[in-house]
Write a protein that binds this ligand. Structure first.
Ligand code: CA
Length: 403
């Protein structure tokens, strides 16, 4: 088996100024890394990982999963060391999802929530399992896939490179077949597009280059809330790994100027909540102005209407007070997008368009990746409670996990 065409695109998306994703197209190696961390640390982490894939040759003598694991462990070591010694990089991390094509096998290595898919016979199949909070909750039956799509902590990963001296890497191999198409992507694609949509776009595209661009464009049209990275490669019959066509688009992470213009539209656009216009329209039940001849007869009726109107207003005011009181006193434990645990005030829902019904009231230095799976399950059930109760709940884990 050999590698036929391949293509890759990375794009900042519509809402983020920086691109913290990196990609590696170095056949027979392919990888996507999605960095996290304050300031520019996320970019540093994902680029360190990508550099190891390109430059680290100590693992060349190893084969298959062993080689992929060795490269990922080396990347982890370098990011971890940098994070220990560079105050600006402290707490940084990255996902990585990598594929190595070797004869009739594809070895895969995976940490975090970037994904590898295979398209065989027109059917898209996800090969990797996300190491993320929502994937944990779905596996334990606490969350449906629909709920997971709008979950406030959907971008929180439970495993990353750079947070510990060594990392638990998922490695496995799949058998290669001619015509197989592989897709490696960051969550900026999969949080915007469902599997069916990804499958349709890939099957309708004339070639891999067009498919990769179309996927990124579709994610941006859907909101482009995160950086989007896509790698596609296809296998064909043949002896040695061939390189008929290598298209690495915008590998600097900046996007090409034409796409970038499209992408930056709306970057600075403020979030506009749903227009309240029709609520005011609903509060005009007084009706048509009455003619003078009917005015006296209508007087009593009008009086009753005014009473009903005032009562309705009072009811709305009471409901609003109850809602505000509820929001002010409801708290739940969650995690920031960089993985730090937090106590949020409000309700655990995103209503779309970047509007959330909650805000962080306390952010801990403890990260989701530092907890055991059962601890995370216990902590992230989104039970609503008073602020003090939420803090107490978090303190127990902070006492164990923080120096
Ligand atoms: Ca991401």
């Amino acid at each position: 088996m050999r590698i036929g065409a391949n293509a890759g695109v990375t794009d900042p998306g519509r809402r983020r100024r920086r691109n913290e994703d990196s990609l590696v197209i170095d056949p027979p190696l392919f990888a996507v890394a999605d960095g996290m961390g304050g300031a520019q640390a996320g970019e540093v982490a994902s680029r360190l990982a990508a550099a190891v894939f390109r430059e680290y040759h100590e693992a060349d003598a190893l084969a298959g999963e062993k080689r992929v694991e060795a490269i990922i462990q080396e990347a982890n070591r370098r990011i971890y060391e940098r994070a220990q010694h560079d105050a600006h990089a402290s707490g940084m991390g990255t996902t990585v999802t990598a594929a190595l094509v070797e004869g009739d096998r594809i070895a895969l290595g995976h940490v975090g929530d970037s994904r590898a898919y295979r398209v065989r016979g027109g059917t898209l199949e996800q090969l990797t399992q996300d190491h993320s909070l929502v994937a944990d909750l779905m596996r334990s039956g606490r969350l449906t896939p629909e709920e997971a799509g709008t979950h406030p902590q959907r971008s929180v990963i439970t495993r990353a490179l750079g947070t510990d001296p060594s990392v638990d890497v998922d490695t496995f191999a799949v058998e290669a077949a001619a015509g197989d198409l592989y897709l490696i992507c960051s969550d900026g694609l999969t949080t915007m597009l469902g599997d069916e949509e990804i499958s349709r776009i890939v099957s309708e595209a004339a070639d891999l280059d067009t498919a990769a661009r179309a996927l990124v464009k579709a994610a941006n049209r859907r909101g482009g809330e995160d950086n989007v990275t896509v790698i596609l490669f296809q296998l064909e019959d043949g002896e040695s790994p061939g390189l008929e066509e290598t298209v690495a688009l915008s590998a600097d992470g900046q996007g090409d100027p034409e796409e970038l213009e499209d992408t930056l539209t709306g970057l600075e656009a403020p979030v506009v909540p749903a227009s309240p216009d029709h609520t005011t329209a609903a509060w005009e039940p007084v009706g048509e102005p009455e003619t003078r001849s009917r005015a006296r007869a209508g007087g009593a009726r009008r009086g009753r209407r005014i009473i009903v109107f005032v009562l309705a207003l009072a009811l709305v005011a009471v409901l609003l007070l109850v809602a505000f009181w509820g929001l002010a006193n409801a708290h739940f434990v969650g995690a920031q997008s960089d993985g730090r645990l937090a106590v949020y005030q409000g309700l655990p829902y995103d209503v779309g368009g970047g509007v959330s019904l909650y805000r962080a009231r306390y952010v801990s230095e403890l990260r989701a990746v530092q907890l055991a799976p059962e601890e995370r399950a216990a902590l992230f059930d989104h039970d609503l409670m008073a602020y003090d109760a939420a803090r107490v709940r978090l303190e127990r884990f902070e006492a164990e996990g923080l120096p």
